[in-house]
Design a protein around this ligand. Structure first.
Ligand code: IPE
Ligand code: IPE
Ligand code: MG
Length: 249
């Protein structure tokens, strides 16, 4: 495999450093189509997708964006052929094991969100290890949504709150937005300012439903394995051209 030279190492001069999104979320879609167009099996697209994600993470670090969240596997993705699901689980585990040293060197703090207890045991162990070892890193907060579903996340938060009400620890009147937020998987991570979805689909696909309330959405027809720094540059230019009103005038 030829390694692409990393261009655009510095923040491009047409971007305003003071108005960068503080948290970018990505729906990495289109791996299967990328592979199919080249006559490869879908899994090749997933492998290439990992390279694209690694470079985006580095790019966020290089350009001063402090948080990145990537959608790696949805609660609905279990509905895919067993072979693909198993390949993905093994890929996640392998990549985590392989990249831990690099994440330490690059000061990445990794965190996983989703129903992790339903993942293969060996993957759960690798996840726990990577989160523990990188816990004190502060270069960039990297969140990976794995077996993640926005609806499922809200349901489990409600269940935990209901238990506390039942135990008499809190009253129903005390339940507010802040409390719900504190029971989401993403507790402590600010909501995304920018959502990027690749491969042209204009939907959220159950990703960060609560957190996306005021995110700016950018959709590109580029397939995920082809998403590079120049594409991200375009997304950020578009973002900086938006007027965020948050319901006000
Ligand atoms: C996104 O690419 C990766 C995952 C959902 C794991 P897809 O696998 O959805 O690729 P397409 O959408 O079929 O092209
Ligand atoms: C969203 O992509 C999930 C991930 C990128 C992990 P999908 O390919 O699963 O979404 P749909 O099926 O097009 O909505
Ligand atoms: Mg898809």
């Amino acid at each position: 495999m030829t390694v692409k030279p990393i261009v655009l190492q510095e923040l491009p001069s047409d971007l305003d450093k003071s108005r960068l999104p503080q948290h970018v979320a990505v729906i990495m879609d289109g791996n299967g189509r990328w592979a199919a167009r080249r006559g490869f099996p879908r899994i090749v697209g997933h492998q290439r997708g990992v390279d694209a994600l690694k470079d985006l993470l580095r790019c966020c670090r290089d350009w001063g964006i402090p948080a990145l969240t990537a959608y790696a596997f949805s609660t609905e993705n279990w509905g895919r052929p067993l072979e693909e699901v198993e390949f993905l689980m093994t890929l996640f585990e392998r990549v985590l094991r392989r990249e831990l040293k690099e994440m330490m060197r690059e000061d990445v703090k990794i965190r996983f969100v989703g129903n992790l207890a339903a993942l293969p045991h060996s993957l759960q162990q690798e996840i726990a290890r990577s989160m523990q070892e990188t816990a004190a890193n502060s270069g960039i907060q990297f969140t990976v949504a794995t077996n993640y579903g926005g609806r499922q996340e809200i349901v489990q938060a409600c269940r935990e709150i209901a238990k506390k009400v039942q135990q008499g620890l809190i009253s129903p009147e005390e339940v507010d937005e802040a409390m719900l937020e504190n029971h989401l998987y993403t507790v402590g991570i600010p909501s995304p300012d920018l959502l990027v979805r690749t491969s042209g689909e204009m939907r959220i696909s159950n990703f960060l439903l609560w957190q996306m309330a005021y995110a700016e959405i950018y959709v590109t027809s580029t397939l995920w394995p082809d998403f590079d720094r120049s594409q991200f540059h375009e997304a950020l230019k578009d973002y900086q051209g938006r007027e965020r009103r948050f319901g006000k005038l």
